[in-house]
Write a protein that binds this ligand. Structure first.
Ligand code: TRP
Length: 457
């Protein structure tokens, strides 16, 4: 039997809402913006293969572990860990893991909101027909124009962040649940339709080769770190997002089954995004390795060319914004839940306070495309640093600690009761992956790559 402790912030109305909410958290810019652009920058197939391996062997087992902590503790990550540590007579210092997650959440959301702002800006661009006649050259100009204007970026970033804060301030069932129920399925349908179109008109063969031809010569330890980072980022691991969502999960829902569904949906969406974007990249001679602008530049060309492009373009960018929105909510929720519990602030003031700090860091991120373009300590601008430290340092580190905590410290009885029995093959395989595979793999990748440079720079 799982623990029957009650959540302080309410519960999802069913297992399906958890699946939708967790999928809403997982599916976002990470799948549709970040996965294709990293794949393009790192030469395709080999990166994809390693990414898939990490999702399966480390990502999904860690999702289960995070959800277990959440449901067991039924509190915000910091307090859930603290409570479990107390019950199991472990050191209170483990709650530092939750605090680290809060920092990771701040950093991640600050640059995330800037990119979500781009997506919002594109909704507007389609509506005003700014790219009705775009070709591969002018679509780059549209993107460059946008990111070189601090005021435009500020406007869209503010609009996005404001709406995230607003919905989180409304609370779990009123705000979050309503938002994910309708929008996630809609996004999925839209993505499938777009991908079919892209495969029909674009270079489907070239894209398939690119995504699956495994040329290991382009693999460096840094590429492997990027693949781990992307697995964590895409599955929303390592900062407590799934702990907080798990804490709202009903007692009788099976954690492994729900996590498996969420992990598969997330991976499917990333692959769909790859099959949506690369056929167009190759058919129009666009640059696969152009970096963060990839999705925006590529799709602009496609929408300009396709029948009903304006309708499709509008729907697509709107849904991308929504996907980003449901993810952003999960990045803000842990810190808000924590300050409600620990500081005794109201949900409303917690949301606005934490949100404003994130908004301010976001401004530094957006300035790094224009005013602060030349401020690149250590070879990266502020935006790149936030993205790098969050995805490649804090999230894997957080995941490593979760694996050690759940795999090695918490008693087998506790985890088995949340997992749903400890006698199955599934349980022992999961525990093996969690205890050995996850921490060792993350540690090796981490020590082998620029994680070390970063510490000793
Ligand atoms: N997974 C989301 C995406 O792919 C981003 C995200 C939401 C996230 N919550 C997170 C990333 C928590 C890391 C940690 O877009």
């Amino acid at each position: 039997m799982s623990s029957t402790r009650e959540s302080l912030h309410g519960l999802w109305s069913s297992r399906w809402v958890f699946i939708l909410a967790a999928a809403g958290s997982a599916v976002g810019l990470g799948n549709i913006w970040r996965f294709p652009y990293l794949t393009g920058e790192n030469g395709g197939g080999a990166f994809v293969l390693i990414y898939l391996g990490f999702v399966l062997l480390i990502g999904i087992p860690l999702m289960v572990a995070e959800t277990i902590i959440g449901r067991r503790g039924r509190r915000s990550p910091v307090n859930a860990i603290l409570l479990i540590a107390e019950e199991e007579s472990l050191s209170r210092h483990w709650s530092g893991l939750g605090l680290m997650g809060i920092i990771a959440g701040f950093l991640t959301l600050s640059f995330y909101s800037v990119v979500a702002g781009w997506s919002l800006a594109y909704v507007y661009f389609v509506l005003t027909s700014s790219f009705a006649t775009a070709n591969s050259i002018s679509s780059e100009a549209i993107f460059t124009n946008l990111i070189s204007s601090p005021l435009q970026l500020l406007f869209w970033h503010t609009l996005f962040m404001g709406s995230v804060i607003w919905i989180v301030s409304k609370g779990v069932s009123l705000g979050l649940e309503r938002a994910v129920k309708i929008l996630m399925p809609l996004l999925f349908v839209m993505l499938v339709l777009m991908t079919i179109y892209s495969l029909l008109v674009g270079d489907a063969l070239g894209a398939t080769k690119y995504l699956f031809a495994t040329d290991f010569s382009s693999l460096t330890s840094d590429v492997i770190l990027l693949a781990v980072g992307q697995a964590f980022f895409s599955l929303s691991l390592g900062m407590g997002a799934l702990m907080i969502y798990g804490s709202y999960l009903p007692h009788d829902a099976s954690i492994p089954r729900t996590c498996l569904i969420v992990g598969c949906v997330d991976t499917l969406v990333a692959l769909l995004a790859g099959f949506l974007i690369f056929p167009i990249v190759f058919a129009y001679g666009l640059e696969a390795g152009q970096g963060p602008g990839l999705v925006f530049v590529t799709l602009t060309v496609a929408f300009a060319d396709m029948p009903f492009g304006q309708v499709f373009g509008f729907t697509f960018f709107l849904l991308l914004t929504v996907a980003a929105w449901t993810s952003a909510i999960s990045l803000l929720e842990p810190v808000v839940a924590w300050s409600v519990e620990s500081k005794g602030w109201s949900r409303n003031s917690s949301s606005w306070l934490a949100g404003s700090v994130i908004w301010l860091i976001g401004i530094l991120c957006l300035l790094s495309f224009n005013e602060l373009k030349d401020f690149t300590p250590g070879g990266r601008n502020i935006f790149d640093w936030s993205e790098y430290i969050s995805a490649n340092v804090l999230l894997p580190l957080g995941g490593f600690l979760v694996a050690v905590f759940v795999g090695w410290r918490v008693s087998r009885m506790t985890i088995a009761s949340e997992f749903g029995g400890n006698s199955s093959k599934l349980f022992s395989s999961w525990l093996f992956l969690l205890k050995y595979c996850a921490p060792i793999a993350v540690a090796i990748v981490f020590l082998n790559s620029s994680g070390l440079d970063l510490l000793f720079r």
